[in-house]
Design a protein around this ligand. Structure first.
Ligand code: FNR
Length: 382
């Protein structure tokens, strides 16, 4: 099939890049300013090597991992990806259906173009990631809607008070909503598979994209007021995390923690978990790589679960993060490129590749469960 030569997660990006207009490719692959934060995330994985434990019987090993009372088939999740339906046809549904089939977590983005009610109807175990402006009433309204839809796990992203400086979007002509400038029309015409398979198909069956999964007032699609309300979140403060904690009964997970100080505050505010992340290098440039700060944060985590993301591309990366104190991991871009290459089938293939890498690495390391790995299996080499 079309996935025959897709052997590693990096193959999805390589294969799908020529099929996407440059602005769409750049939107997914890009970071901010000098891309240092993104590189910090990736490079940190090269600073560690393994010291395996030989001759432990691993014949019964398995990759299943528990998180917030749920047993998943592997220790990684599909992260929240705003605007995913610009990249692949109804991408959020492809992602959530694949996650459901493979029994891993999928987190729906507040900036998705698919209604949050439709995603949980497809996958009752989906998580929801909220972008919240610091307005008590609107936060309550949003949480009411997310709860009524049936979500249990709530992720609150805190590293996006305003949008980072995404120069690549300006250079390549990308915007949300997409503006049909001559350059964008030209790029689109050169990528008929994307134009017909993603854009035309969406319009034909579902109309214009909706930006209505934020606490912003619901309104007609592509309306500037909606977008303005979506982007200005710089009033959000720790008192709102308190408010959300009082209001939300299920697990509350704070995403975008990248300092030990904030990890402590999350613990003190009753978070059940944090996602240690620099947003894939897409917000504050020169933010440290999550893996670099992980040992310090793991020391402060108390009962919180620590989920790490940014630059994870291999089973060895997942296991390095877990050796340094992570409980779970999360990936963004590779799954979105997979969805663009071949929808749900390709996303399932991506999940399978990563899960098999983890299982193989567990045998080579000498562990029977991902949670068995600890600092005795890893050494800083640079
Ligand atoms: C993101 N990310 C993100 N995070 C979030 O909390 N809400 C969001 O809406 C989005 N949107 C989004 C769109 C796209 C196209 C990308 C690539 C990323 C960040 C994402 O959840 C995750 O933190 C990073 O993608 C992890 O890094 P890797 O795995 O992509 O290297």
């Amino acid at each position: 099939s079309f996935l025959r030569d897709v052997l590693a997660l990096s193959d999805f990006e390589r294969k799908v890049r020529p099929r996407l207009p440059n602005m769409i490719y750049q939107y997914v692959a890009g970071a901010v300013e000098t891309s240092s934060a993104m590189r910090n995330g990736l490079d940190a994985y090269c600073r560690y090597g393994f010291t395996p434990h030989a001759l432990t019987d691993t014949s019964l090993r398995n990759t299943t991992t528990e998180l917030f009372g749920q047993t998943y088939s592997a220790p990684f999740a599909i992260g929240p990806l705003g605007g995913a339906a610009f990249v692949a046809y109804r991408a959020d549904l492809a992602l959530t259906n694949a996650a459901k089939a493979a029994n891993i977590p999928m987190i729906l983005s507040a900036s998705s173009l698919i209604k949050l009610e439709d995603v949980i109807a497809a996958n009752p175990n989906a998580w929801f990631q909220a972008y919240l402006a610091g307005d008590e009433q609107r936060i309550d309204r949003m949480l009411n809607r997310v709860e009524a839809a049936g979500y249990r796990n709530l992720v609150v992203t805190i590293d996006t008070p305003i949008l980072g400086n995404r120069e690549h979007n300006i250079r390549s002509g990308f915007s949300m909503p997409i503006r049909m400038t001559p350059r964008v029309m030209f790029q689109s015409a050169l990528h008929p598979r994307w134009l017909l398979g993603t854009v035309a198909r969406t319009f034909m069956f579902h109309g214009a994209p909706h930006f209505e999964n934020t606490e912003a007032e619901r309104g007609p699609p592509m309306m500037s007021r909606t977008l303005r309300n979506t982007v200005a979140r710089d009033k959000l403060a720790w008192k709102h995390i308190e408010q959300i904690r009082r209001r939300w009964n299920g697990p509350m997970i704070v995403k975008g923690v990248i300092s030990p100080r904030d990890a402590v505050l999350c613990r003190e505010h009753g978070a059940d978990g944090i996602i240690l992340s620099n947003h894939g290098g897409r917000q504050l440039d020169h933010a440290v790589g999550p893996l670099d700060i992980l040992p310090e944060i793991a020391a402060e985590k108390g009962n919180m679960k620590v989920i790490v993301d940014g630059g994870i591309r291999r089973g060895t990366d997942v296991l390095k993060a877990m050796a340094l104190g992570a409980d779970f991991t999360l990936l963004g871009r590779p799954f979105l490129f997979a969805a663009a290459l071949g929808g749900k089938t390709a996303v399932e293939h991506a999940i399978k590749i990563l899960r098999e890498e983890i299982s193989r690495d567990m045998a080579l390391l000498g562990v029977n469960s991902p949670s068995e790995i600890d600092s005795s299996f890893i050494k800083r080499i640079r």
